[in-house]
Design a protein around this ligand. Structure first.
Ligand SMILES: Nc1ncnc2c1ncn2[C@@H]1O[C@H](COP(=O)(O)OP(=O)(O)OP(=O)(O)O)[C@@H](O)[C@H]1O
Ligand SMILES: [Mg+2]
Length: 870
């Protein structure tokens, strides 16, 4: 193979280069003569770096005898065509990268592998070089962008653009579409084999036909009682799949519908939704979340009846009923957000719950002629087939999206620049109406609650109607924001990434203000859930997701990658595999819970059979005899995450005296049962049991410390500036640093604000401070303060920020811990048990007590606090 090209116009001389790539020899020569007769002269040969003259005829010979001659396709070289034709040399064209030529390399460009740079094309490597020269950013990213745009200048522009919003074609990274939708012929509601009343209700919602994933589910056996795992994009209509099977089973006498979700906020939403929908049909709907026992909640009447037709609950709320053997007559179990199996805090418990429900499916089937249909829903599962196999279910996968999703990436210079971009995007969206007549609304995700509030306030000062929404807010306040969004009263909601899953804001646009959540980068599943929230079928023509990325940004020193690197990884990420693996504590909890469940249901089934002959009132509460179960029965509860030998775990539970083991027979002890229904790891139950002689508040602070104290932004920023280090937001982490640097804080006002910390907490270690505040919160609560009043008092007395939502959850958790103390105390320390019960009353509803209380405690620190509060 020979390449021939013309070098450059040098006066009148026409120098050319002939490259024999195979033998690695180059020839140079000059053309002379007129266009009519051109000939080669002054030829040189270059081989292994040596240059020597060569006869022109030899070079001509090489050209003439070579099978493949390629002429470089540039303007100058093309002038050689006459010359080649004169000597009857057959040739083809080749396009070489001009930048490579300068460096002495020969790199062929093809239609698919060339990159525009001003008015010429260059190869990929040279294009990369050019971009890297201009912007300092992750290489993979440059590569991806280059391959997409095929244009060096466009890629560079992306990073230096003044008005990115005016260039949607440039910021657009890709579009995820619902292309598969076309192939599926959707069922109409009338076609479905479901009760008439259900059809009516669905049609009243304005739904005439199923969405694709719903159709696929019906084809997969949804209405024939099959167990299914369904994976399809966010807001593709998975809820209705659960309802179709659940209400059908219910109406046909197969038992109630359980709808299980991971979060209380989500359960509330579904509860309200189902109530509005199905009470008309004469069905009862209840809510079981194992929370909501603070008197603040009682204003809204919530049905918590476990015998309702439809029970909406959190995993834990329902597992309580399963562990204690109270759940009956179930026809359908819908488990929403099944990818929660992947979450560290929830995975093991969800796995255990599913195992127990599947066990019930089997034992109840044979005894009361009931079959429970299990339906698992998720938007992000990387390994649906594997998961389906583990759950013994059929799988329904739909990869399309209800509306296309356009993903944009915009590079911002700093956080302030990000704010302005958000403002512009939100404004632009709200000023655009979809063909359905809805204005576009935005959902902004950011890394912390504080930042969410800050951004929302900023937007409001710029005339953008906005509100924030996060887990630190009380339930009623959140409901209000949801309503305002739904009625299009606000243009955008700023929230934390923690709420990415589930909560239903029908936004057209999602803006990822940062790719961090808390102290960590987002993981692919969180990222996909967030982007997936953009665009609603029937409301928007298309969804848009904007990632605002700061090149080189890290939110703290320990983060490995920079924001641009993370952006690239996230954009090209696939859904994560769902996997569970227990640690020893988790496995012990699950096995104990299963023992408890098996024991309760065995008793129940025995009674059902016995009472069948004697009486119809099968109330098991009066029959407190203890029955033993066979150890092998535990093997019938399928657990995906199981990791240890059953004998080992059972042996440990026996050592803890939570069960009694003899010859393969297991009896659960009262202590074991109390531990199981309190959702405690055995070691935490032991912590309670061995500390029952402590003061009650000390015990609560030990088990359930209040840690959510933050340094207000104004103080944090000022101190950070003075001492030249970024001080942490969490008070516990910041305190030591502030204390050490107190002498540097000379500004009187600032000093006055932080001095109370140093004086109050002098000599205390972290643990003591947390304990101090735990008691402080409890003390205010029993003195009839609401969570938001408590938050305010802490601010006034300590210049520390807390969220009323956190205080609310803290009190809710305290109630749960008090349940556990009451139960365990009931076995080992009756006084403590009674005290816990009374205290629980006061925490949940302090308003009915008139007397002023102080929590009992030893130690001088708290005495000082009492004085101060008087
Ligand atoms: N057949 C249908 N036709 C039109 N709209 C529908 C249909 N089925 C459901 N919807 C609507 O689609 C929206 C999204 O549904 P849904 O909340 O069930 O999504 P999802 O798949 O559960 O999403 P996520 O993964 O976010 O939980 C809802 O507002 C719902 O009313
Ligand atoms: Mg859903």
């Amino acid at each position: 193979m020979i390449i021939i090209r013309k070098l450059k116009k040098k006066k009148q001389k026409q120098e050319l280069e002939i490259i024999d790539l195979i033998n690695n020899i180059k020839y140079y020569g000059t053309l002379r003569g007129t266009n009519a007769k051109l000939s080669l002269y002054k030829c040189k040969e270059e081989k292994d770096g040596n240059i020597k003259p060569i006869q022109p005829s030899k070079v001509m010979n090489i050209l003439k005898t070579s099978k493949k001659v390629y002429l470089n396709n540039d303007e100058e070289s093309l002038k050689l065509e006459d010359f080649l034709k004169q000597y009857n040399i057959k040739y083809n064209y080749i396009e070489l990268c001009p930048f490579c030529l300068i460096k002495g390399r020969y790199n062929e460009l093809t239609k698919n592998n060339r990159y525009k740079f001003y008015n010429q094309y260059i190869c990929f490597d040279c294009a990369m070089e050019e971009v890297k020269h201009e912007v300092n950013i992750n290489e993979e990213f440059i590569e991806k962008l280059l391959r997409r745009f095929k244009d060096v200048n466009k890629v560079i522009d992306l990073f230096v653009m003044k008005n990115p919003l005016d260039n949607p074609e440039l910021t657009k990274y890709d579009i995820l579409t619902g292309s598969e939708e076309d192939k599926i012929k959707n069922y109409t509601i009338d076609q479905l084999n479901i009760p008439y009343e259900l059809k009516k209700i669905i049609k009243n919602r304005g739904i005439k036909e199923l969405l694709p994933v719903q159709t696929l589910a019906v084809k997969g056996g949804l209405l024939d009682g099959k167990d299914l795992i369904i994976t399809s994009a966010t807001s593709s209509g998975k809820t209705l799949i659960g309802e179709l099977a659940g209400i059908k089973n219910l109406k046909e006498g197969r038992g109630k519908l359980l709808f299980l979700v991971p979060l209380v906020a989500l359960a509330n939403q579904k509860y309200i939704e189902f109530k509005e929908r199905y009470e008309k049909m004469g069905l009862t709907v209840s809510l079981r979340v194992g929370m909501g026992r603070l008197s603040e909640d009682k204003s809204e009447l919530i049905n918590t009846d476990i015998n309702a037709d439809i029970v909406v609950g959190t995993y834990e709320g329902i597992d309580f009923l399963v562990r204690s053997g109270k759940l009956r007559d179930v026809g359908t179990v819908v488990i929403d957000e099944i990818h929660s199996l992947n979450m560290e805090e929830r995975g093991a418990r969800l796995d255990g719950l599913i195992g127990r429900l599947r066990y019930l499916k089997n034992i109840l089937k044979s005894d009361i002629k009931n079959n429970i249909q299990m339906i698992y829903l998720s938007a992000t599962v990387g390994n649906p087939e594997e998961l389906a196999k583990n759950l013994n279910a059929n799988v329904v996968i739909y990869n399309g999206r209800p509306v296309p999703l356009e993903r944009h990436i915009i590079f911002a210079k700093n956080e302030y620049n990000k704010l302005n971009l958000i403002k512009e995007i939100v404004k632009k969206e709200f000023n655009t109406k979809s063909k359905y007549g809805f204005r576009g609304q935005s959902l902004v995700f950011t890394y912390s609650r504080k930042r969410a509030e800050y951004i929302s306030n900023f937007l409001n000062t710029k005339g953008i109607k906005s509100d924030y929404y996060h887990g630190g807010m009380e339930y009623k306040r959140r409901r209000m924001v949801e309503d305002n969004f739904l009625n299009q009263k606000i243009m955008c909601v700023v929230t934390t990434a923690a709420l990415a899953a589930g909560v239903d804001f029908p936004a057209s646009t999602v803006i990822l203000e940062s790719l961090a959540m808390g102290g960590d980068w987002l993981n692919p599943s969180e990222f996909q859930q967030m982007c997936g929230r953009a665009g609603r079928k029937g409301m928007h023509d298309m969804g848009k997701a904007y990632m605002l990325v700061e090149i080189g940004k890290k939110y703290h020193a320990k983060m490995g990658n920079t924001e641009d690197e993370v952006a690239f990884k996230l954009l090209s990420s696939e859904p994560e595999d769902v996997m569970v693996e227990y640690n020893e504590d988790e496995e012990m909890e699950q096995i104990l819970a299963s023992v408890s469940s098996i024991e309760r249901y065995s008793k129940y089934l025995k009674l059902v059979n016995k009472n069948y002959n004697h009486n119809t009132n099968n109330n098991i509460k009066n029959n407190n005899y203890n029955i033993s179960i066979n150890k092998n029965e535990l093997n019938k509860i399928p657990l995906i995450g199981k990791n240890h030998d059953l004998d080992y775990i059972v042996g440990k539970l026996n050592d803890y005296r939570m069960i009694k083991l003899y010859n393969n027979k297991i009896n659960i002890t009262r202590y074991g049962y109390a531990t199981a229904i309190s959702f405690l790891y055995p070691k935490d139950a032991e912590l309670i049991r061995t500390n029952l002689n402590k003061q009650l508040v000390d015990l609560i602070a030990l088990i359930n410390p209040f840690e959510n104290l933050y340094v207000p932004n104004s103080i944090k920023n000022k101190i950070s500036k003075i001492i030249h280090t970024n001080i942490p937001t969490r008070f516990i982490d910041a305190f030591e640093i502030v204390k050490e640097n107190i002498s540097k804080i000379t500004d009187k006002d600032l000093r006055d604000r932080v001095l109370p910390w140093v004086i109050e907490f002098e000599g205390m270690i972290e643990e003591d401070i947390i304990k101090y505040f735990s008691k402080y919160v409890l003390n205010l609560r029993i003195n009839r303060k609401t969570p938001s009043q408590i938050s305010k008092i802490i601010y006034e007395n300590f210049n520390l920020q807390t969220y009323s939502g956190d205080i609310y959850s803290y009190l809710e958790n305290t109630i749960k811990i008090l349940d556990a103390i009451e139960r365990i105390g009931g076995i080992y320390n009756k006084n403590m048990s009674n005290e816990a019960r009374d205290f629980k009353e006061k925490i949940s509803n302090p308003y009915r007590y008139n007397k002023k209380y102080h929590v009992k405690s030893k130690g001088k620190k708290v005495k000082r606090e009492k004085k101060k509060n008087r």
